[in-house]
Ligand binder design. Structure first.
Ligand SMILES: [Zn+2]
Length: 317
């Protein structure tokens, strides 16, 4: 089955996804959804984007799929110190934003599954270092795990994650004992975090892309999620793995695989943002994310935007 080319790429965004300001936090990721959307508006990608804003927060019951009740309730109610175990300042607006980011990811995945000729995006971060008992590393809830368990328990669907953030995402592996059916929802080997740097990084990614491709064609994986964290870029404050060209190439290889498998069968694909830290030039982070999205439009929508962002070398690099 050859899918027809869709026209616009739905992004699941509403203002509540981002708290009003970064509140002095080291991580600016909580406000990235808003800054990314403002940035996209100024680019040649914008005419190809469709905003979807009618999704809801995840519920307490959803969060209990992946977390113990005292942590979920501490985050909902603002109980110290557990509500700041993510290293981010708690506020009612922050609490709402993390309920909406997990909600956006779930809704984007559901929409991709319902219309698998599209690519959907949730412009969100902060999902892959939380554990069942608490937050960690700027991550509050295991949004990946919540969404995967909902999709598996309600529809029997099994996913694969390409997590190309610069940091090993531990949430999925650290949740397997807490939620044993995560072993079906995201099987071992389906949580891809490439190792190494530069050519070795791309070689490791290639091996893992080939394995996910095999599982897609074998009917063992039903959907793909891809978070291209910009902190796997060598000029990121917290990263070191890839040059700009290597970083873009990593995304290109994933989109190329999806495009090829789509010639045989539908492959729902949802994108997220994850990390990226440049206090000297935050636009470099947003520009990388936007160039990756442009690559997705080129490969999977046949749309050439001609978009190139400035990724500025930091002083001394
Ligand atoms: Zn990271």
């Amino acid at each position: 089955m050859v899918s027809t080319s869709p026209q616009t790429l739905p992004i699941f965004y509403r203002p509540e996804l981002a708290p009003p300001d970064a509140q002095g936090n080291y991580s600016k990721s909580p406000t990235k959804p808003r800054r990314f959307m403002e940035y996209l508006r100024t680019t040649s990608l914008w005419p190809h984007i469709r905003l979807i804003d009618d999704f809801q927060k995840v519920t307490r019951e959803d969060l209990l799929l992946a977390h113990v009740p005292n942590y979920v309730d501490a985050m909902i109610q603002g109980t110290q110190p557990l509500c700041e175990s993510n290293s981010l300042r708690w506020s009612p607006e922050f609490r709402d934003s993390v309920l909406y980011t997990s909600g956006a990811l779930l809704a984007a995945l559901q929409a991709a599954i319902a219309a698998p000729d599209q690519v959907t995006m949730a412009p969100v971060s902060g999902f892959h270092h939380a554990t069942p008992a608490g937050g960690g590393g700027f991550c509050t809830f295991s949004g990946q795990v919540v969404a995967a368990l909902r999709l598996y328990r309600e529809q029997g669907l099994r996913g694969a994650w390409f997590d190309l953030d610069g940091h090993m995402g531990n949430s999925i592996e650290d949740s397997r004992a807490f939620a044993p059916d995560l072993n079906q929802a995201i099987a071992r080997g389906c949580n891809v975090n490439p190792l190494g740097q530069h050519a070795a990084y791309l070689a490791d990614l290639d091996k893992q892309i080939a394995e996910i491709r095999r599982r897609l064609l074998a009917g063992q994986v039903d959907y793909v999620a891809f978070a291209h964290g910009a902190d796997s870029h060598q000029w990121d404050q917290l990263g070191h793995q890839c040059t700009t060209e290597e970083w873009l190439e990593a995304g290109r290889r994933i989109y190329a695989m999806v495009r090829e498998v789509r010639e045989t069968k539908p492959v729902p694909l949802t994108l997220a943002l994850f990390g990226g830290y440049r206090d000297d030039h935050p636009e470099s982070v947003l520009g990388l994310h936007a160039m990756d999205l442009a690559e997705c439009l080129a490969q999977l929508y046949g749309i050439s935007t001609g978009f190139v962002a400035e990724v500025r070398s930091p002083r001394g690099a």
